[in-house]
Design a protein around this ligand. Structure first.
Ligand code: TXA
Ligand code: MG
Length: 330
């Protein structure tokens, strides 16, 4: 139930101190990371984590990522094998989440892991996120700060539109850099497994490991690996890989050469006129939010190359285009 609006505060020293206090007291704070905005709660406080699931309308079977200030803090909660150590050394702080065996007695509420024996941990590369986690002094559970199944937020305003009245504070640190969520890799014995494509390109990870990742794309719904869940979804249906725009459609474009029918499309938003996949990733969710507001009959999406971050962009677009459950609650 929405009872009151939620304050939006600059992510300065005073704002971060207030946010840290709220987290320590069991409240919910949205904060910027380099990937997307997260919705943070004290990972050891079961009541706070329960409220977090409720605010997002998130199924309780879907576990959360715990955000930490540094490797040492992660090592207190999880067991790192040699592969996990290599990956943490290469990519932390940064947009990589590791799913690892959780240590016995780790002070993490069981709702965070949805009862699993593994824990997802990440050390974000964003100065506000880092300062907040340090000031809170507790592991911070933080899913993306959107309603479950909808578009992830890359700006404080996106969070406000989705969650105002349901959470205690929004720290505004400006638009996020990467724009896609972290890549998720599980190191739980044997070869490392890729659970979600994201801000770090798969080949960069394979280069560090010196071996291929096993692909297991069940990361969105670990209980049903491989399922193409509807997610990241705007209200209007998406039509992917279009070569011709139909009447009444909006166009999500990529590159300089637009398809036939583009003249009649409204609005036209170009992820990157120069065909730069980093720029496209950073714009993706913001443009989906804008298209959502424009409420066209449908959204035509041009093909995006599959290399580098393109694989993660295409993953998000496919999920956004997937059939929706009637209750919208995946
Ligand atoms: O970039 C990010 O990762 C952002 C920012 C806020 O850090 N967070 C994020 O959280 O994307 P969320 O909750 O939207 O996505 C977390 C994903 C889910 O797909 C969940 O199923 C998976 O992580 N996950 C969490 N714990 C897991 C575990 N123990 N085993 C397998 N998957 C897990
Ligand atoms: Mg999410």
């Amino acid at each position: 139930m929405r009872t009151a609006s939620t304050p939006v505060t600059a992510a300065d020293e005073a704002g971060i101190a207030a946010a840290a206090r709220i987290i320590r007291q069991g409240g919910l704070v949205a904060f910027p990371t380099e990937t997307v905005y997260g919705l943070g709660a004290d990972a050891g406080n079961a009541a706070a984590v329960a409220r977090l699931f409720e605010a997002k309308g998130r199924p309780r079977l879907n576990p959360l990522i715990v955000h930490l200030a540094d490797f040492a803090a992660a090592e207190k909660l999880c067991l790192f094998d040699a592969r996990a150590r290599k990956l943490a050394a290469a990519f932390w702080p940064g947009p990589l989440t590791l799913v690892l065996p959780m240590r016995d007695g780790a002070p993490i509420a069981s709702l965070v892991t949805a009862g699993l024996k593994t824990l997802a941990v990440r050390v974000p590369a964003h100065k506000v996120a880092h300062a907040l986690i340090e000031a809170a002094g507790v592991p911070v559970a933080a899913p993306s700060a959107n309603s479950s199944g909808r578009i992830s937020p890359t700006r404080a305003e996106h969070v406000r539109q989705a969650l105002a009245g349901l959470i205690d504070l929004i720290l505004d640190g400006g638009p996020t850099d990467v724009g896609l969520e972290s890549t998720i890799v599980a190191c739980t014995g044997g070869p490392a497994r890729l659970l979600r494509l994201g801000g770090i390109d798969r080949t960069a990870i394979e280069d560090v490991l010196g071996e291929k990742l096993v692909v297991d794309e069940g990361g969105e719904r670990p209980a049903a690996p491989g399922g193409l869940a509807s997610h990241y979804a705007p209200r209007a249906p998406l039509r992917l890989d279009v070569t011709e725009v139909r009447r009444g459609e909006a166009l999500l474009a990529f590159g300089a050469a637009l398809p036939p029918g583009a003249d009649g499309a409204a609005p036209v938003l170009n992820l990157s006129k120069t065909g730069d996949l980093r720029e496209a990733a950073a714009n993706l969710f913001d443009f989906l939010h804008r298209l959502d507001e424009a409420a066209p009959a449908a959204i035509a999406v041009m093909p995006i190359p599959q290399d580098g971050l393109g694989a993660a962009i295409n993953d998000r677009l496919r999920r956004a285009a997937a059939p929706r459950p009637s209750d919208g609650s995946t």
